[in-house]
Design a protein around this ligand. Structure first.
Ligand code: FCB
Length: 437
């Protein structure tokens, strides 16, 4: 790598991230059914109709995975807890086996000096709540608060940090407008409701976490740099709208008590009743913000219904996802978020990494290069004065990449999905050297 620890501020944290449904093996330990199981069972939604029943079998192999993290020299582990593992019906009775699992997992992190950074919702909604309308239901925030209390009653005393929800854009827009993720809807009213309710659920969870005295409460949003496809006024407006509903909507709710005008021009007629009254709940004080960053998009105006735009291919080198490699975007967002929204609050890169068609015996030079470029962008932001406090690699392991199944490999560690054997990649070894230096 082109850095060592000494190039970052003292106490800067290096972490790796995963999420529950993507690695644990959801068929184990009494977990309830989730809308991802239902989505994957519906033809055409997921490559090869793959699902998370076994995934990386982290449920049984977590000590091996934590040993690998510790051996790499990481300081922290960003993991998520599964609502349906903790409460199989989403409400009511808790699954003791599930709570015991997270209890063991957290203790095993602490034994290895890995700081637990928890996320409470990384997308696997219990099917029983999906049956009630899922994120469209105005009671979802209340139920999410109940789940937050149950899981954090058990492990909240040992958290380094907690974020209620991973990437509200994906929960709202990607899943209810584009239909690419569970529940696979393409409905503007469902989208407006989900985008607002996901922020209310965040707020409700923050209230519960404060009530339980859980330390270091934040939020994790994802960001994509939106380039206009051409210099035309129409394309510039289209890119500004993409930037609005992707990058500015959730930050607006969390930090400004308002949603962007260009987004409300399309969504306002579809918003849930009384949405204007929820900003006190949504905008509670946070201790940090996490940014997930991967790529940029090129946006062109089209005819037709709002938002009347499309993505077009760009010229930069691409990852296995087809995502352009654009580290300048990470530098941009770190400075922009600090200047316009968080104003001095600690920031973390909570996800960054790339998919590559890795084989265990071929060095993943492309990933090393990608990480070097993005870590350089992070250092540049720190040099500019941005209070960046940590950097998290997505992902520890090759895993279930949602609608793209097991083919897209994001791991620092290769997983053979037949044998479940783990093999650290060249990027893992390179990072281990850099972190120990
Ligand atoms: C993020 C998700 C994560 C993974 C990466 C590639 O949007 O949080 O689960 O899918 O993208």
């Amino acid at each position: 790598m082109q850095f060592t620890r000494a190039d970052f501020p003292k106490d800067f944290l290096f972490a790796a991230a995963t999420s529950a449904y993507q690695i644990e093996g959801h068929s184990f330990g009494g977990a309830g059914r989730t809308h991802w199981d239902d989505f994957a069972a519906t033809p055409g939604n997921v490559v090869h109709a793959e699902h998370g029943a076994i995934a990386c079998d982290h449920y049984h192999r977590y000590t091996e995975d934590l040993d690998l993290m510790a051996a790499m020299g990481l300081d922290a582990y960003r993991f998520s807890t599964s609502w349906a593992r903790v409460m199989p019906e989403g409400r009511g009775a808790a699954n003791q086996e599930g709570l015991d699992f997270y209890d063991r997992l957290v203790d095993a992190m602490l034994e290895r000096n890995l700081k637990p950074m928890a996320t409470l919702y990384h997308w696997e909604l219990p099917s029983a709540l999906a049956d009630l309308g899922g994120w469209r239901n105005p009671d979802l925030p209340k139920w999410f608060g109940e789940y937050t209390r149950v899981i954090m009653d058990r492990i909240g005393d040992r958290m380094f940090s907690v974020a209620p929800i991973n990437e509200p854009w994906c929960v709202g827009w990607l899943s209810h407008f584009l239909g690419h993720h569970a529940p696979g809807l393409r409905d503007i009213r469902a989208t407006a409701h989900a985008m607002h309710h996901v922020l209310c659920a965040h707020g409700r969870a923050v209230e519960v976490l404060r009530d339980l005295d859980v330390a270091n409460v934040g939020a994790v949003c994802n960001f994509e740099y939106a380039h206009p496809a051409t210099d035309s006024a129409a394309d510039k407006e289209a890119a500004a709208l993409y930037d609005g509903y992707y990058n500015r909507f959730f930050l607006g709710g969390l930090f400004k008590g308002a949603y962007p005008d260009n987004v409300m021009a399309g969504l306002e007629p579809h918003m849930p009743k009384g949405w204007q009254d929820d900003f006190a709940l949504i905008g509670q004080k946070l201790d940090w913000l996490g940014l997930n960053y991967y790529t940029c998009k090129r946006v062109a105006a089209t005819d037709g219904a709002w938002p009347a735009h499309e993505e077009v291919a760009g010229p930069l080198p691409k990852t296995q996802m087809g995502w352009e490699i654009y580290p300048e975007g990470l530098h941009h967002f770190l400075g922009w978020v600090d200047a316009n929204y968080t104003k001095g609050l600690p920031l973390y890169v909570t996800e960054n990494g790339m998919a590559n068609p890795d084989q265990p015996d071929v060095p993943d030079a492309a990933r090393i290069d990608y990480l070097n470029q993005h870590l350089a962008a992070a250092r540049q932001a720190i040099a500019d004065g941005v209070p960046l406090a940590g950097y998290t690699f997505w992902s520890l392991l090759d895993n279930y990449e949602w609608a793209l199944g097991y083919e897209k490999r994001f791991g620092l560690i290769h997983v053979d999905f037949e044998t479940l054997e783990r093999t650290p990649k060249a990027s893992y070894h390179a990072l281990a050297l850099a972190l120990k230096a």
